[in-house]
Unconditional design. Structure first.
Length: 130
């Protein structure tokens, strides 16, 4: 039975794979395993060994630490947000969020900065109106 850490690591694996636009098969091929094993990792049914986690991190172009980010907040994830600046844990699982992130990183550096400035200005306008 998977524990909360296995589930967290599996969710992070799925999130990064999707963000990269990779299929389970493509990731499995990159590390030399079957896609069914990726499925088991992502749902937390199978634990990921340290060496496999290292290989997965390399295939996904991230540091191994990525998989553990947010673990200290695991208990707090079920609590309501303390203020409007915090986002819920489910927002990063939404297809729309992933599409937005992909589109953002397809932009050049200057348009990305301008888009970020626009988003911040819109947030400030919404705060002033309230």
């Amino acid at each position: 039975m998977a524990n909360s850490i296995d589930l967290h690591v599996g969710r992070r694996l799925r999130r990064r794979r999707r963000l990269m636009g990779m299929t389970q098969q493509q990731l499995a091929d990159a590390v030399g395993i079957r896609f069914q094993q990726i499925q088991k990792y992502e749902c937390g049914a199978n634990r990921i060994t340290a060496s496999r986690l290292f290989e997965l991190a390399g295939a996904l172009s991230i540091a191994v630490q990525y998989f553990y980010d947010g673990l200290s907040n695991l208990a707090a994830a079920n609590e309501p947000a303390a203020n409007d600046d915090e986002i819920g844990p489910d927002v990063l699982r939404q297809k729309e969020t992933l599409e937005l992130i992909r589109a953002y990183y397809r932009l050049g550096e200057r348009p990305r900065r301008r888009l970020l400035d626009l988003a911040k200005a819109l947030k400030d306008d919404a705060t002033d109106a309230a």
